[in-house]
Design a protein around this ligand. Structure first.
Ligand SMILES: *Cc1c(COP(=O)(O)O)cnc(C)c1O
Length: 405
């Protein structure tokens, strides 16, 4: 029997400090109202159109389809979130949450960031609205992601290095929660993925489902029907939930999430769905990588955006019910696919995104090579070029651009 206070089967919930409960409850009450208010959604849609560049295009990848051995009738279609302002899907969520913060009368924005992509998107939207923005970032990540730290500062944000714990993303989240507790009256916390306490997983999914809604219309215009499979990479899970949301009710559409297997499932990785256990962390009940003592484990992936030991509760539910399938691919497979996509289609994807492509051979084996398959291109690869250069030249010194772990 499902617990009624959990939103996604046995996953979800609202596990926050007493002092935050009123703010989280206010968000939970206001979000459905805002989302059904045409003034709010009208403004959100207009900003995504005029500022972020939506709708993002759908590109047919014929040469990659050939390289993967797709057969007559088979089509490989790419949903191009890499073409958005700031280079990924993250802007969709930030625009919506900052609009909601304004509606709630909040005058200050905080966010956490791992590699800096969510921090940059939040700082961007805060500059657009003229709101002060503080971004918490693990001290190790601050060192390793100097360019994104400078971007945020150039956009007018304050970046606070967090020295606690392993000085990475999970510690930055704890520190952002602490700031929120202290400043909850005037501050909104923009969480960067479909995670955290209710209503964040629902709200971020709603704000990202524009990807799936557009995609459904675009695929229908091209093929006259639904795709047979939809594929996306999964870190916290927001780009995947955004494209999945439109197709979950269509039972004929197979949904595939792809996690980071890092050095391999026997070594250091970030494959939460494959190797995680039930736990309560960062305000939610979901699957999480934990050690024998139940402590959050360090994750590893060559891709900073997938390098998180947890996953959004709705993915845990889709996994448990079997509606979506989750695969994992290694750093090495990711790099191979990044090159293959670049050389067959002229698209340099983010390392996160390349994971989705690396799972295509296994997915095509399963669904068939004469099917219509959509891949969500969650972001562009400019930010990753140093990492990729180092990884592809194993003999040169790689100490300066090591990825967060
Ligand atoms: C942040 C990021 C991800 C991972 O986040 P999700 O919430 O799982 O989507 C994936 N791709 C890109 C390009 C990102 O910047």
């Amino acid at each position: 029997m499902a617990n009624p206070s959990l939103q996604f089967g046995e996953f979800g919930g609202r596990y926050v400090a007493e002092t935050l409960m009123p703010a989280v409850e206010a968000l939970a009450e206001e979000w459905p109202k805002a989302w059904s208010d045409p003034t709010f959604t009208g403004e959100y849609t207009a900003i995504l159109r005029d500022y972020a560049g939506r709708p993002s295009t759908l590109t047919e990848a014929k040469r990659l389809a050939d390289a993967l051995g797709m057969e007559p009738g088979g089509r490989l279609l790419l949903k191009r979130e890499d073409l958005n302002h700031t280079g990924s899907h993250k802007i969709n969520n930030c625009v919506g949450q900052v609009l909601l913060a304004r509606r709630l009368g909040k005058t200050r924005i905080i966010a956490e960031t791992g590699a800096g992509q969510h921090g940059v998107a939040t700082a961007t939207v805060c500059a657009y609205f003229g709101l002060p923005c503080t971004v918490y970032m693990g001290a190790r990540d601050v060192e390793r992601q100097a360019l994104n730290v400078f971007r945020m500062q150039l956009l007018g944000a304050t970046v606070v290095p967090v020295e606690a714990g392993s000085a990475t993303l999970k510690d930055a989240i704890n520190e952002a929660l602490r700031d929120w507790v202290a400043n909850v009256d005037d501050t909104h916390y923009v969480i960067g993925s479909v995670m955290g306490p209710d209503p964040y997983p629902t709200m971020v999914r709603d704000l990202q489902r524009v990807i799936g809604d557009e995609c459904k219309t675009q695929v229908a215009a091209l093929t006259g029907g639904l795709p047979d499979a939809v594929v996306a990479c999964v870190g916290g899970g927001s780009n995947a939930m955004g494209i999945f949301a439109a197709f979950v009710p269509d039972a004929s559409v197979a949904l595939y999430g792809v996690e980071a297997a890092g050095e391999g499932l026997e070594g250091k990785h970030a494959a939460t769905m494959t190797a995680g256990k039930l736990g309560i962390y960062h305000g939610m009940r979901s699957l999480v990588l934990q050690d024998a003592g139940g402590q959050l484990q360090e994750a590893h992936s060559i891709s900073a955006g997938l390098d998180y030991p947890g996953v959004g509760p709705e993915h845990a539910h889709l996994h448990e019910t079997g509606r979506a399938k989750y695969l994992s691919v290694t750093d090495a497979q990711c790099l191979e696919s990044l090159s293959q996509l670049a050389q067959t289609e002229g698209i340099i994807a983010a390392l996160e995104t390349a994971h989705a492509f690396a799972a295509l051979p296994a997915i095509l084996d399963e669904v068939g090579r004469d099917k219509v398959v959509v891949v969500n291109v969650s972001g562009r690869g400019d930010k990753d070029m140093h990492t990729v250069m180092d990884a592809m030249k194993p003999d040169t010194d790689s100490s300066s651009t090591e990825q967060p772990s």
